[in-house]
Design a protein around this ligand. Structure first.
Ligand code: FAD
Ligand code: NAI
Length: 468
């Protein structure tokens, strides 16, 4: 039964993985719930211009790559593999439409009201959406994030040569030479898509390694793998300017710590240097809610902000900008608003790079564990010695287990292999239950599977594995 003082018990701003999940869970818990979303479709960045379309193109381009090379190794020879980019883009759009439509169905099923339009605060219990004032006892900010712009480089996602991830997901031709600025997750996933489809790809990364945040061994191995796949990596390099001409883009680059500049001629440029929280236009001043130095909204562990009745989750608050983190926070915030105890274990948020092979990890990196002053022991098992990976002719990568030297408790698991994204779920679950390396080593793993590499890496932590 709704509190009669307000139009709704809960109003969620933003219908991304954080917001739509929070709204559905709140409604399931008996709260009268609305969700304000300004896009034409629900699902936020993830479903519209993020996780889903990028994974569709990663899948399609992987099939093309397989047909063009790997399959021939198995004696499957396609005389001439042709790319129909329009059809591939069509499949991607269909997946997006089905999934965003699915959220609309779930809203109806759970009686969540979609308020179409941009929301701005009037006070802590009132927002304006599309010119109308609505009130709620509790308001959840789940406005997500947008691409961080690179000063001096103008993005045009509608047919331009310089794009961000949104434009790179809908190019109507395979670029001749795609220069990716930023060797993080987006740059490497979307760089992989276009490389597989025939583009020359150069990655310009400011730091001396790719994939910040991942374990050092993964970062080193990733660079080797992407180079072998044909990507040109320019590490410790910064872009200082871009001249967009009819024929292409001339980028000026120089060493990160200064030095002689040079130019790179690109047909297209992808700017992927990170994302920043969406707070513009929310009128946070009206409720006296401050942002931290990174523009994020700080919350307590239960997702309460400094303003009574206002909560925040997802990309707009600190932590990794990942859909599953936002979703789990969505469930937890709804449960907390309903008077239950919603908790997210932020120490165990897995991350996955969906390239081929996949790269994934959970918990502490070896570097973080050492910086923490912990005594650790590690076990690293190469996929080359895993029977299934060898049989499938996928020898690249490894599984690495990091454990506390005294207690044997697993602190982190990092891996590169064809099924790393799936494998990391097992590691996360085991760590959630406080697993030791010995526990994993003595758990029976089906044979022949890639997962046996996790068991053998755990065996290596305390002695020797069988297959190396
Ligand atoms: P968002 O998904 O950004 O949703 C926020 C919503 O709020 C938006 O729809 C926006 O329109 C709306 N909004 C904002 N302000 C207002 C307002 N004032 N009024 C009304 N509505 C408003 N993560 C993964 O875990 N796995 C992946 O494979 C993955 N791939 C990605 C690929 C790309 C190319 C990108 C860009 C991101 C990817 N991410 C991935 C990250 C993931 O998309 C985000 O972490 C996730 O979407 C965050 O969810 P959110 O609910 O916090 O915000
Ligand atoms: P990112 O933070 O992963 O990588 C950005 C990279 O750009 C970093 O390596 C950084 O050092 C580099 N960089 C920054 N400024 C630069 C400059 N001026 N010149 C050259 N390099 C520069 O950010 P990205 O790739 O844009 O992704 C944004 C977010 O989206 C990430 O936080 C990620 O969590 C999420 N995402 C997740 C995916 C997944 O889970 N598979 C897929 C895609 C995105």
């Amino acid at each position: 039964m709704a509190d009669q003082t307000y139009d709704y018990d809960v109003l969620v701003i933003g219908a991304g993985p954080g917001g739509y999940v929070a709204a559905i869970r709140a409604a399931q818990l008996g709260l009268k719930t609305a969700c304000a979303e300004s896009r034409d479709t629900l699902g936020g960045t993830c479903l519209n211009v993020g996780c889903i379309p990028s994974k569709a193109l990663l899948h399609g381009s992987e099939l093309f790559d397989e047909a063009n090379g790997h399959m021939a190794k198995w004696g499957i020879k396609a005389p001439k593999v042709e790319l129909d980019l329009g059809t591939m883009m069509g499949e991607k759009s269909k997946a997006v439409k089905e999934l965003t439509g699915g959220i609309e169905f779930l809203f109806k099923k759970n009686k969540v009201e979609w308020l179409k339009g941009r929301a701005a605060f009037e006070d802590a219990h009132t927002v304006t959406v599309d010119g109308k004032s609505v009130t709620a006892k509790d308001i959840v900010i789940a406005t997500g994030s947008s691409v961080t712009p690179l000063p001096g480089i103008d993005v045009d996602n509608d047919g331009g040569r310089i794009v961000d991830s949104t434009g790179a997901l809908k190019l109507d031709q395979v670029p001749e030479h795609l220069v990716v600025i930023g060797g993080g997750v987006i740059g490497l996933e979307l760089g992989s898509v276009w490389r597989r489809l025939g583009a020359k790809v150069t990655v310009v990364e400011y730091l001396d390694q790719l994939l910040p945040g991942m374990d050092g061994d993964v970062r080193k191995e990733a660079a080797k793998i992407f180079k072998k796949q044909g990507m040109d990596l320019k590490l410790q390099t910064k872009v200082t300017g871009a001249k967009d001409t009819v024929k292409g883009v001339t980028l000026t680059v120089e060493p990160a710590d200064g030095g002689e500049s040079s130019t790179i001629e690109a047909s297209h440029v992808l700017v992927s240097i990170g994302r920043r929280p969406n707070v513009e236009g929310l009128n946070l001043h009206a409720i006296g809610l401050e942002q931290n130095k990174r523009g994020q909204i700080e919350t307590h562990h239960d997702f309460r902000t400094a303003v009574d009745g206002v909560w925040a989750i997802g990309d707009v608050i600190p932590g990794p900008m990942l859909a599953h983190k936002a979703e789990d926070e969505g469930i937890a915030v709804a449960e907390n608003i309903a008077g239950q105890t919603g908790i997210v274990n932020h120490d165990l948020i897995p991350s996955v790079v969906y390239t081929m092979p996949e790269m994934a990890g959970v918990g502490l990196t070896e570097e973080e564990a050492k910086e923490d002053g912990r005594k650790i022991k590690t076990g690293k098992f190469p996929m080359m010695a895993n029977s299934r990976a060898k049989t499938n002719r996928e020898p690249e990568g490894f599984v690495k287990v990091i454990a506390d030297a005294e207690t044997d408790r697993v602190l982190g698991v990092w891996c590169i292999n064809a099924l790393a994204g799936t494998m990391i779920a097992q590691a996360t679950q085991a760590m959630e239950f406080g697993t030791t390396a010995e526990d994993i080593a003595y758990t029976c793993h089906a044979h022949p599977t890639h997962s046996e590499a996790l068991k053998e890496a755990a065996m290596l932590v305390n002695g020797s594995a069988i297959h190396i």
